[in-house]
Design a protein around this ligand. Structure first.
Ligand SMILES: [Zn+2]
Length: 182
């Protein structure tokens, strides 16, 4: 989970007259495209590059059922992969970490375990920050077996990358470079 900065809301969102998700297909396409441009085509939660092994979806951070007034609110919409969206389902907790918060930084809340492929709560963070990190890992199932394996695999690919391959081409960018970057 890497911090990203959100651009201005697409104008079509302000014009939606529906009460249920999704907006018209053209507006949905604009919203999804602009969200994924902010994360360079990565899931905002697991940081998997979307496309090859997952589909990209628009995730409501605060669930539609419990927060109907936020269904078309730009700040409640996140670029996510289908795996994170399925793991989270309708679950929500106010302590969940939000990757576009002004004070969110990966290194503040998490550390990488390069032996197991897991991300863990930062052991020197305040207890409340650690609690938020653990909750976020649990709700998005960020340490499920496949993800641990793929993070370690990504590091190998990164170490053997060819000239011209960009960090944004890889999955789990926080696992590849100095964690203070994020
Ligand atoms: Zn994801």
């Amino acid at each position: 989970m890497i911090r990203f900065s959100r651009g201005a809301a697409p104008t079509c969102l302000a014009l939606v007259t529906k009460t249920a998700w999704p907006p018209a297909p053209t507006c949905y396409a604009v919203v999804r495209r602009e969200l994924f441009e902010t994360t360079k085509q990565h899931c905002a939660f697991c940081d998997g590059a979307v496309g090859a092994e997952s589909t990209c979806t628009v995730e409501h951070f605060r669930p539609k059922r419990d927060f109907p007034n936020l269904i078309f609110d730009w700040t409640n919409l996140f670029p996510a992969c289908n795996a994170c969206q399925a793991a989270k389902g309708k679950k929500f907790d106010e302590r969940l970490l939000k990757p576009d918060s002004f004070d969110y930084r990966f290194a503040r809340y998490f550390i990488c375990n390069f032996l197991t492929g897991e991300i863990e709560s930062n052991p020197i963070a305040p207890a409340s920050d650690q609690e938020q990190a653990k909750l976020t890992i649990q709700i998005y199932d960020l340490n499920k077996t496949e993800r641990k394996r793929r993070r370690l695999q990504s590091r190998k690919y990164w170490d053997n990358r060819e000239n011209g391959q960009d960090l944004d081409d890889f999955n789990y960018r926080y696992f590849l470079v100095d964690r203070d970057t994020y």
